[in-house]
Write a protein that binds this ligand. Structure first.
Ligand code: SAJ
Length: 418
């Protein structure tokens, strides 16, 4: 099976890097995004998000004529859906973007096409994609899970799930180097999707069915969430007994079979704080541990706020600098960031005058500007603040000399100044 052209729907943190890598591997890539500004930017060979090495990859792909962006789906041999799957307020997956993307590509699908969903989705959603396409295109033979291969008509398409598993900040490297799990709705779909990923993946391609691939992605992030919750719970125990959690963990990790992760101000980002709920909401009886882990991690920002309040209560008119707003080190992504939540709560609770430092963004998020939070440079914050709340272990903060914060109250949630 050969795929010369690929239509990538959703040109965000996953879709755009994927599109550029496909293009670098000789495929004709037609990128699609509903954001007309992003489409314009990409067609000028520039990028609208921050990710190391992505700028050069997109510039080259566009210059070589292998990547073109559109606001509407275009006919191609294969389709990759990389749209977001947010969470509803009651912790359920919101599949509306995936459904819109599936219905949007349906009119341009041709027999023999492959559709791969890369978006993180709950168990059963790849089969739902098949149903949505079948509703739009009754003339096409759309596979169903477990169907007899002989029963699928000649005018068939192939549908599979291949979850993205790249780490923001290292996407360009991991897109090519990571092993991939590929699960088709039927065996022919798995084979077709394996053939596509073989074109650019240097890692192993692990073939399975769509439900296993769906749960595989979700359980990877749930595994990490549970392990971070363990570290966060340990930090609470240490606070109670006045023990340095960082030293404790570094010593415990000298045991050959122990590897405790890092405590922090909470778990952020659009993956680890969300994906476990996609398992919990569909199988609540079986997932008491995963639910508890979510609650421990979600409780951590409140613990940090209380700690800052205790420190602030000892001072008159304290100036408090929140260092870092991103959800983790050295990225500009503020989505689901515990640092933003902590900063907002400190303002809402009138704990002191708040300065926010985030070297990776040029303007503060509206949630904070609406509260009157002022952006400050690191230098100004170090000079002015009485309390330094270190929320993200950005490189710029790791490089601060201890003399710069000597004599100030430091609440270090990342263990880099401790
Ligand atoms: N965190 C801690 N302590 C740790 C590790 C992380 O508090 O020891 C926090 C971070 O500060 C951050 C959050 O957890 O707020 C998540 O950060 P992360 O670096 O662990 O993961 P993400 O969200 O950037 O990317 C994850 C990755 N999944 C796994 O490592 C299992 C990535 O491979 C996935 O592709 C990505 O989710 C995704 O898109 O699902």
């Amino acid at each position: 099976m050969s795929f010369d052209s690929v239509c990538v729907v959703g040109l965000g943190y996953i879709g755009l890097p994927t599109a550029s890598v496909l293009a670098a591997n000789g495929m004709k890539v037609l990128g699609v995004d509903t954001n007309a500004d992003a489409v314009r930017t990409i067609n000028e060979g520039r990028i609208h998000i921050h990710e190391p090495d992505l700028d050069v990859a997109v510039r080259d792909a566009v210059a070589q004529g292998n990547l073109l962006a559109f606001t509407e789906p275009q006919p191609a041999d294969a389709f990759v859906l990389a749209v977001p799957t947010p969470m509803t307020p009651d912790h359920r997956p919101d599949l509306s973007y995936v459904e819109s993307a599936a219905r949007a590509i349906a009119p341009v699908l041709r027999p023999g096409n492959l559709v791969v969903v890369e978006s993180t989705i709950p168990v059963g959603a790849t089969e739902a994609v098949c149903r949505w396409i079948a509703e739009e295109r009754p003339d096409l033979a759309v596979p169903t899970r477990g169907a007899d291969p002989e029963s699928v008509g000649e005018d068939r398409i192939f549908v599979a799930h291949c979850p993205e598993r790249v780490l923001p900040g290292q996407i360009m490297k991991e897109l090519v180097g990571n092993d991939r799990v590929v699960g088709g709705v039927d065996e022919a779909s798995t084979e077709a999707a394996v053939a596509l990923y073989q074109r650019f993946c240097q890692g192993a391609i692990l073939a399975t069915d769509c439900r296993t691939a769906e749960l595989c992605k979700l359980c990877e992030n749930a595994y990490r969430d549970v392990n971070i919750a363990f570290a966060n719970e340990l930090s609470l125990v240490c606070e109670r007994f006045d023990i340095d959690v960082w030293q404790l963990i570094s010593f415990a990790n000298r045991h050959p079979r122990v590897n405790i992760l890092k405590p922090g101000p909470g778990v952020g980002g659009h993956c680890i704080a969300i994906d476990p709920w996609f398992i919990v909401s569909s199988a609540p009886e079986q997932t008491k541990l995963m639910r508890q882990a979510r609650e421990v991690n979600d409780g951590k920002p409140g613990v940090v706020v209380e700690r800052v309040k205790r420190e602030a209560a000892r001072l008159e008119d304290p100036v408090i600098a929140c260092l870092g707003l991103a959800f983790k080190a050295d990225v500009d992504d503020l989505r689901e960031s515990p640092a933003v939540a902590i900063t907002a709560r400190l303002v809402e609770e009138g704990v002191g005058r708040i300065l926010a430092v985030e070297p990776y963004v040029s303007s503060l998020p509206s949630k904070l500007t609406a509260l009157g939070v002022v952006a400050a440079t690191l230098e100004a914050a170090l000079a002015e603040a009485d309390i330094l709340v270190l929320l993200v272990d950005h490189r710029q903060f790791r490089e601060v000399a201890p003399s710069a914060y000597a004599g100030k109250v430091v609440v270090d949630t990342r263990g880099i100044w401790s």
